[in-house]
Ligand binder design. Sequence first.
Ligand code: CO8
Length: 261
Amino acid sequence: NNDYKEIIVEYKGKRQNVALVRLHRPKALNALCASLIAELTHALASFDKNPDIGCIVLTGSEKAFAAGADIKEMQNLTYDYTYKSDFLANWEFVHRTKTPIIAAINGYALGGGCEIAMSCDILYAGDNAKFGQPEISIGTIPGGGGSQRLTKAVGKSLAMEMILTGKPIDAQEAERKGLVSKVFPKEVLVDEAIKTAEVIANQSKMAARMCKQAVQTSFNVGLDEGLKYERTIFHSTFAVHDRKEGMTAFVEKRKPNYEDK
Ligand code: CO8
């Protein structure tokens, strides 16, 4: 789609089944203004509806994934406005997208930038990445899920330290603490993310969405409820053509032909 101004969308992979989205507001280090979020939301919704897309890679530039919500846009907002408009509620959309999303993070992922990255399913970092929740230094708190998702990812003490001091951590520490699953040299990060995305996009799309749904549920419910939910989805795969095809292909020692049904 060439109509976007603050994101760039390309299609990647041998089968063009990976959507690559670059946040593109270079003058503001990809600060997440309302129009950028609206474009991102529109693009993600279109991928969910597009039967050709099986995985999404979300990235920024080499300098910044995103340096946060747009402070200039927020500077003069009032409580009245933020409350009545449920300001930032639309950021939920990243997490609600059904297609798996890999965040490929080079440079700054601060505030809302870190929060958008954490809303994705897999996080890969470039070796120059910096993750932080510096909201306290501008008199506010994380508003896009940071206090919850960062704590779940890295544990209480480090999350408190980052959120209370505003100081970022680097890619290596983010990997050690489990915030990201892999670190790559910054020049190859996006290609590596696309490689993983291709592996995912070549699976059954229904199975991939169901896997995502099951893992996401583990963040919201206790173990017993989570196990029941997993089993329900597992049973439902027996109503899906791709499950029969996947198992049959294994038995017949051939590659499966998934039909996304
Ligand atoms: N908002 C608006 N503009 C920004 C932002 C931002 N978050 N970050 C950078 N910019 C702009 C700068 O104002 C500057 O513009 P100009 O040239 O017009 O002055 C341009 O980008 C380049 O920035 P710098 O000159 O500052 O670049 P440096 O390389 O010197 O510094 C930093 C890079 C360290 C990243 C620095 O820009 C910085 O500290 N940015 C702010 C980081 C921050 O505090 N982010 C958190 C914002 S608050 C937030 O995200 C939480 C809100 C609630 C939740 C939102 C999610 C739902």
